[in-house]
Design a protein around this ligand. Structure first.
Ligand code: ATR
Length: 272
């Protein structure tokens, strides 16, 4: 079976390496490849895939919302988030799923344990932050969303359940008392590797600091967190676990997250 990544552009992606390594390890004769798809050709491309009996696909920027109209049904995850990153081809019926946030939360849970008693500070209110916030809000004991534009954080917090508040990055002293700090902004991403969204003085031992940025592998925020004695988790794990969840939807098999991580890491290292 053939699996694809639909995006535009898709030149730089670790997904083929990740999925092909897992297919190989499990002895599955599948192939995952990049399928660069211009926005105006999205419908035509999906129709073509359907006719050729593809196994499934991942969907990335800029198609995650637009793809919805080409799906036959949406899984609860995609409905909740309002975006699709995984297409399941179920006997010709296309089902849209979203594994981004579920994968991200799984990466945190495996490192931290259950989230029910935790106080979480989430930085950002863009697409990635919104998806994570929706999964976190009903699970954690307190969620504080901080964003450069405070109104976006406040608006997001208002529509979420649980003990959830939104504010500006100027309120970042709340990080001091947080159990988990998550960066879901693009601050610190290559080429701006010397920047961090949080003042290092607020980080402390006993915290988990999770940066969804995966390029570089170790961001300035993670370096600051390590120096402060906090635990860290890099964004490549979020990418790997969204891949693990997509893989399970497509094959009903559990791939090795380690295998996928190592394959992705090799690709990232080769870029530098
Ligand atoms: P994504 O889909 O990756 O989440 P996005 O929707 O463009 O991307 O969101 C980017 C996030 O990073 C936003 O929260 C943005 O803050 P604003 O809402 O104020 O724009 C945040 N961000 C980007 N550059 C930033 C910077 N230099 N300082 C602080 N926050 C920044």
């Amino acid at each position: 079976m053939n699996y694809y990544l639909l995006g535009y552009p898709v030149g730089h992606s670790v997904s083929p390496a990740m999925h092909n390594a897992a297919f190989k390890e499990l002895g599955l004769l599948h192939r995952y490849s990049l399928l660069e798809t211009e926005p105006e050709k999205l419908g035509e491309t999906v129709q073509g895939l359907k006719e050729n009996k593809f196994g499934g696909a991942n969907v990335t920027t800029p198609h995650k919302i637009e793809i919805i109209k080409h799906m036959d049904t949406l899984a609860a995850s995609a409905k909740r988030i309002g975006a699709v990153n995984t297409i399941e081809n179920h006997e010709g019926q296309l089902i849209g799923h979203n594994t981004d946030a579920i994968g991200g939360i799984k990466a945190i849970t495996l490192k931290y344990g259950e989230l029910t008693e935790s106080r979480v500070v989430l930085l950002g209110a863009g697409g990635a932050a919104r998806a994570l916030a929706q999964e976190l809000a009903p699970k954690v004991s307190e969620l504080v969303i901080l964003n450069r534009s405070p109104d976006k954080a406040e608006k997001l917090a208002r529509i979420l359940p649980g003990n959830t508040v939104g504010a500006g990055l100027g309120e970042q002293q709340v990080v001091k008392t947080a159990d988990i700090v998550i960066n879901a902004t693009s601050v610190g991403m290559t080429p701006n590797t010397s920047t961090s969204p949080i003042d290092a003085g607020y980080l402390r031992q006993g915290q988990l600091v999770y940066d969804i940025v995966y390029n570089p592998i170790k961001t300035k925020l993670m370096q600051d967190a390590e120096k402060a004695g906090a635990e860290t988790l890099g964004g490549l794990w979020m990418l790997v676990y969204q891949g693990v969840e997509s893989f399970k939807i497509w094959t009903d098999r559990e791939p090795s997250a380690e295998t996928m991580y190592n394959a992705a890491l090799r690709v990232l290292e080769a870029w530098h």
